[in-house]
Design a protein around this ligand. Sequence first.
Ligand code: ZN
Length: 196
Amino acid sequence: MPTIITHAFTGLVAGKIAAPGKMPIRFWVLSAVCPAFPDFDVVFHYAGVHYSTFLGHRGFFHSPFFALLFGLLVTTVYFSGSKAFSRKWWLLALYFSFITAVHGIFDAMTFRGLGIAFLSPFSNERYLLPWRPLPPIVPSAEFMFSRWGAAVMWLEFKWVLVPTFAVLLLSIPVRRYILRARPVQPPEPETENHQT
Ligand SMILES: [Zn+2]
């Protein structure tokens, strides 16, 4: 799996591209947390759950189905001021679902390890992408500060961080064009009183 730093970075870039304007701090916190959250399933691994099972690492918690549920949950809990099932609510839910689901795609680009259960909970079959330039990591400080850890960070920098940053740069003129073409609308009344 790519490191949590890489997953969080991709979420923040996605937020920068997708945010229509100034967003509350909880939006940015969630943009960093959601893409990293699927690796929460390592707790099951340390609890003795086998890697290849439904709850095993890269199983259900890495599936698009879980990402959809998680996006809906996060939006319901943290954006309770937005009217449920309104356009804004759905956009937020789909955004958080998307950035959570991207985690599994990046993990499927690692050249070792079991694949991702993309079809869970309907099938526990594991899948990897045909192109796998990313190294798997060992989630320990000892590994990350070793020579191998540095090599991992370099490959993630080259294959994930640089392309992600390039997408961000390319999105700037596109965003400007879209915002310029959009008719000016009066601001929505602020009904949110939720705290982060
Ligand atoms: Zn993962």
